[in-house]
Design a binder for this molecule. Structure first.
Ligand SMILES: Cc1cc2nc3c(=O)[nH]c(=O)nc-3n(C[C@H](O)[C@H](O)[C@H](O)COP(=O)(O)OP(=O)(O)OC[C@H]3O[C@@H](n4cnc5c(N)ncnc54)[C@H](O)[C@@H]3O)c2cc1C
Length: 508
């Protein structure tokens, strides 16, 4: 992995370094950016770089290192189909394992010399006359014909505006920026939030903390977590019998696709109710106390917010020294968390499990398309992209796992692979037909968005009676989740077609 000259070259009086020119610039070295790099190489496109703001690759799995961090879809599905991972040690791999897998992909596919770490993109600007993207990082410049945005939907931690948070004397950090130096054993820990990360880390925190207060705004639906270690003999069978691995993957694929019945489609209400009954049973079994159970019972329909998986979260809340606090937080003082009823609960450490900023991605302020229009302006009415990939007015730019690319029912790698195939098909066709530029037409996006939002209207994400991070805080529409099956998305992205796009030939 390469680190470019670094910030401050200009201030130190050096001349501005010459721009590196490439066919494709990829921004972000997480699952999406690395997947793009591999697929480009496989398609014979060798002239590209991957720019990454951090010191390492891995995205989500590099950043989310809180105790207990793990995937909640089966490992069989959480790996690229073109780079199988037969050696997951458990059916739901940990963050460390996934990070290790991505590192192996970097070496197996020879991506190292194309990676530019410690290289945060400050600006990406389309130059109309040159027909190129100008990308600027700290102290470095790049020029490219194509731009792939792989900056992640869940990569900007959301820190709520809690009055007094900055006055807190002890360590306070977000789960996605875990402070590994913080010695929380024996300390009083305040865990704020009860979403997917909180449910994973609360049991680990409770096991060593002196006391744990869990601050809940709204309870989640929690289902049993079907996780088991994968014995060495099974791993070896997956390694040596690729058919067996493919069979297992196909089985899990269809099982997870059928899970969509709880979220979308004409009968989702009935399927959702049946699964909610299972979740209710799980709660009743694990929490005999009626009052605690009442506070842990959601008032919205199952699926409206992310469904969580855990066998040890509810038992944790019943442990001595652990309190579930459902009063909302009024302020943070130097050494405590104060709730609206005036109670101050002392804390030595605050852990913010408060999710991510999704609807207004920071990077959108840094990308400028035709006529100097910023992506954040194009998205002032909510994020949208044709097939979730291309935005009118931003030629030769592709988004990976951007708007409406989240999935409530299965692994994101499946949707990502469909997007990668589409991008590679587009680049290959443009090269074959000697086309220099492609820009999707506004009416193409409009028709796609209308269809998408029509499907969305029949889903639990908009009808389930909750307010979730899937919904745009400005418009209330769901711009985060794909409301249909992966199979239907695959059909939609199988081939790139130039109709519905404006293209420009190479020589002018
Ligand atoms: C705690 C957690 C658990 C999850 N569990 C699951 C799961 O079980 N199953 C599932 O399918 N999905 C899960 N997800 C979703 C997960 O984010 C995706 O599966 C996947 O990792 C997204 O990959 P990505 O490459 O698109 O984004 P990321 O992994 O977020 O990577 C984006 C990269 O872009 C870099 N970047 C951002 N801005 C810039 C910039 N300006 N310049 C340069 N680099 C930049 C970031 O540093 C990062 O490395 C989970 C997410 C979280 C947060």
């Amino acid at each position: 992995m390469n680190t470019p000259p670094g910030p401050g070259a200009e201030e130190r009086g050096h001349a501005t370094p010459p721009a590196e020119e490439h066919h494709v610039v990829i921004i972000g070295a997480g699952l999406s950016g690395l997947g793009a790099a591999i697929r480009l190489r496989q398609a014979g496109i060798e002239d590209f770089v991957v720019l990454e703001r951090s010191h390492d690759i891995g995205g989500t799995w590099r950043d989310n290192r809180y105790p207990g961090a793990a995937c909640d879809v089966p490992g069989h599905l959480y790996a690229y189909s073109f780079a199988p991972a037969p050696s997951w040690r458990s059916t739901l791999p940990t963050a460390q394992e996934i990070h290790g897998y991505l590192r192996r992909c970097v070496s197996d596919f020879g991506l190292g010399r194309r990676l530019r770490v410690n290289n945060e993109v400050r600006e990406a600007r389309w130059d109309e006359t040159e027909g190129r993207w100008h990308v600027r990082t700290d102290g470095h410049r790049y020029l490219s014909r194509f731009l792939v945005m792989a900056t992640g939907l869940l990569s900007e931690p959301h820190v709520p505006e809690l009055p007094g948070l900055s006055t807190f004397r002890g360590p306070a950090f977000h789960t996605a920026r875990w402070d590994a130096t913080c010695a929380w054993a024996g300390k009083r820990v305040a865990l704020i939030g009860t979403g997917a990360s909180a449910v994973q880390c609360a049991p680990r925190l409770a096991a060593s903390a002196g006391a744990l207060d869990v601050y809940q705004r709204s309870p989640a639906w929690v289902l049993p977590r079907l996780r088991r270690p994968v014995p060495a003999v099974e791993r070896s069978a997956y390694r040596h019998i690729p058919h067996l691995r493919r069979l297992a993957r196909t089985g899990v694929y269809w099982l997870r696709e059928s899970w969509l019945l709880c979220f979308a489609g004409p009968a989702h209400r009935w399927f959702g109710t049946a699964v909610a009954a299972l979740a209710g049973l799980h709660l009743r079994r694990q929490v005999p106390e009626a009052e605690l159970r009442r506070r842990l019972t959601p008032s919205y329909r199952l699926g409206c917010k992310r469904v969580l998986l855990s066998n040890d979260y509810y038992p944790t809340l019943r442990r001595a020294g652990v309190r579930l606090v459902t009063d909302s937080i009024a302020e943070i003082t130097a050494d405590s968390v104060v709730t609206r009823d005036g109670t101050a609960r002392p804390a030595d450490v605050i852990v913010l499990a408060t999710g991510f900023t999704v609807d207004e991605p920071a990077v959108a302020h840094r990308v400028t398309g035709r006529a100097g229009r910023c992506l954040s302006d194009a998205w002032s009415g909510g994020m949208a992209a044709d097939r979730n990939i291309m935005v009118p007015g931003f030629p030769n730019m592709f988004l990976l796992l951007g708007p409406n690319s989240g999935l409530g029912h299965t692994s994101l790698t499946l949707l990502l692979e469909a997007q990668l195939d589409y991008v590679v098909d587009c680049l290959t066709q443009l090269a074959r037909r000697r086309l220099a530029e492609v820009d999707v037409l506004p009416e193409t996006l409009e028709a796609f968005s209308d269809r998408l939002q029509r499907h969305m209207r029949r889903t639990v994400w908009v009808r389930g009676g909750c307010h979730s991070w899937y919904l745009d805080s400005r418009t209330g529409s769901n711009t985060a989740v794909w409301p249909r099956s992966v199979r239907s998305y695959r059909r939609l992205t199988r081939h790139f077609r130039t109709d519905g796009h404006r293209v420009r030939a190479e020589d002018r």
